[in-house]
Design a binder for this molecule. Structure first.
Ligand SMILES: Cc1ncc(COP(=O)(O)O)c(C=O)c1O
Length: 369
């Protein structure tokens, strides 16, 4: 008999989010059309420990506006890790700047600060730190580089809600941070994102860009001062976000619990590494990921086949961006080597201990083979 399917992610939506969304759909129009958006932005900024937040239709849109506001454009270079989803680099390309992909550290799977320093040129306009799968970038070193060369360090914290670097939340340390509330993320609004910063000038600029170039100081109606963007979040999405934010601790605790069950279940297997816990701080554990040492001979392709035959979704570790057809291959050994011997594991909020045991069994069986 085929076992039930185990999905890799699914959101946790309760009566609270349904109630808020229903209220927004019923009453949140006319002069009340921004109520949940304002509330969501304010509460998110407080939660993160930043001064300003702008709710957006996606994290990609938030990154696009932030980079544009930092002046990224034709002839500029933006340094980012080769290991990532394309969403971070797409805005760089749209702004006609050149992405410079550098290698990752083999222990954090995040951007290697030494590789960043080697890649800096007079044309470097920004360094983007992506906290991969909830793991934290070496922010101290990256921020020091930013200061030394006078280059803004930007945080893509799409996957790092709940992650804490020493004593500050991921996304709150750089010039600006961006978050994703896509349905696969720790908290969701269906689609959606957030731009955050504590820089008043940058906030004003992005706010103007986000409103089709209309400054909030502009008294004339329908008068854009510049050509901007339309990446706004709807009030109904923000209502769901308010509900999720009230439950944020519960959502993160559960993510961490799921990661720990995998850690315990795989303990004792030689050559198996999972998301590292920072010495000081917290890994928000968005995506439990396993990397197998070369001597284990466990491969992504072998694992994918084994998971598929057990009706379990498993997700590949990101391909190096520089391996994609629109970019030029880069010599980044870790980013090119790790994906072939790694896998993301299912981690949705309501996954049961039995389901996690099925996932663990598939991996353990590879070591008995
Ligand atoms: C690291 C990273 N950055 C950006 C994004 C883009 O998020 P969104 O789909 O909300 O634009 C994602 C989402 O998959 C992501 O994982």
């Amino acid at each position: 008999m085929t076992q039930s399917r185990i999905s890799y992610t699914k959101p946790s939506i309760t009566e609270l989010e349904v109630r808020y969304a229903t209220d927004a759909a019923t009453h949140g129009w006319g002069e009340r059309c921004y109520e949940y958006i304002d509330r969501f932005e304010g509460e998110f900024a407080d939660y993160l420990g930043v001064r300003y937040a702008i709710a957006t239709s996606s994290c990609t849109g938030a990154m696009h506006m932030g980079l544009a506001a930092c002046g990224v454009g034709l002839g500029d270079e933006v340094i980012l890790a080769d290991t990532n989803w394309i969403a971070t680099v797409a805005p760089v390309v749209h702004l006609r700047a050149t992405p410079v992909f550098v290698d990752i550290s083999p222990d954090s799977w995040c951007i290697d600060p030494c590789a960043v320093e080697r890649a800096i040129t007079p044309r470097t306009k920004a360094i983007v730190a992506v906290h991969l799968y909830g793991n934290l970038c070496s922010m101290k070193q990256l921020l020091a580089l930013g200061e030394k060369y006078d280059i803004p360090v930007i945080e893509d914290a799409a996957e790092a809600l709940g992650s804490v670097y020493v004593d500050r939340r991921a996304g709150s340390l750089g010039k600006f941070g961006v978050f994703s509330f896509h349905g696969t993320k720790t908290m969701t609004t269906g689609e959606g994102g957030m731009f955050v910063t504590s820089d008043a000038t940058l906030y004003d600029h992005v706010l103007t860009l986000s409103n089709h170039g209309r400054s909030r100081k502009q008294a004339k109606q329908f008068w854009p001062d510049i050509v901007g963007y339309k990446y706004k979040m709807s009030n109904i999405q923000a209502a769901i976000g308010c509900g999720q934010l009230e439950r944020i601790e519960e959502l993160i605790v559960r993510k961490r619990e799921i990661l720990n069950i995998y850690r315990q279940g795989l303990a004792g297997l030689a050559g198996v590494t999972m998301n590292p816990e920072p010495e000081k701080g917290v890994n928000g554990a968005w995506m439990p990921t396993v990397v197998f040492a070369p001597e284990t001979n466990v491969t992504r392709d072998g694992l994918q086949a084994a998971f598929a035959s057990e009706n379990i979704d498993a997700r590949v570790f990101f391909h190096p961006l520089s391996s994609l057809p629109m970019f030029t291959p880069r010599d980044n050994p870790h980013a090119w080597d790790i994906p072939g011997r790694a896998i993301n594991l299912p981690s949705y909020h309501d996954i049961t201990p039995k389901e996690q045991a099925r996932v663990i069994d598939v991996i353990r069986a590879k070591f008995r083979a």
